[in-house]
Design a protein around this ligand. Structure first.
Ligand SMILES: [Zn+2]
Length: 79
């Protein structure tokens, strides 16, 4: 269980630096690429507090809409 948990949560995931757009750890206070101080950066504070699954949810929502359209089209063809 602990191994699984480690895989899922990792270190909180990664996000893009608001200054240089490099992928960095959400835990970072200073960007390792451009050395920006992220503690005072509002954009970064917002980005790092966004749920890590936001991207996944969007993908699932789009898949669901696509599937619904497919089911609707199938019903239409069969009727
Ligand atoms: Zn940066």
């Amino acid at each position: 269980m602990s191994v699984f948990r480690k895989y899922v949560s990792h270190d909180g995931g990664s996000a893009h630096c608001p200054e240089c757009r490099e992928t960095i750890s959400r835990q970072a206070n200073i960007c390792p690429h451009c050395r920006s101080d992220l503690k005072e950066n509002e954009t970064w504070q917002k980005a790092k507090n966004e749920p890590a699954s936001a991207g996944c949810t969007t993908v699932i929502a789009i898949s669901f809409i696509g599937l619904s359209a497919l089911v609707y089209a199938t019903n239409w063809v069969l009727s």
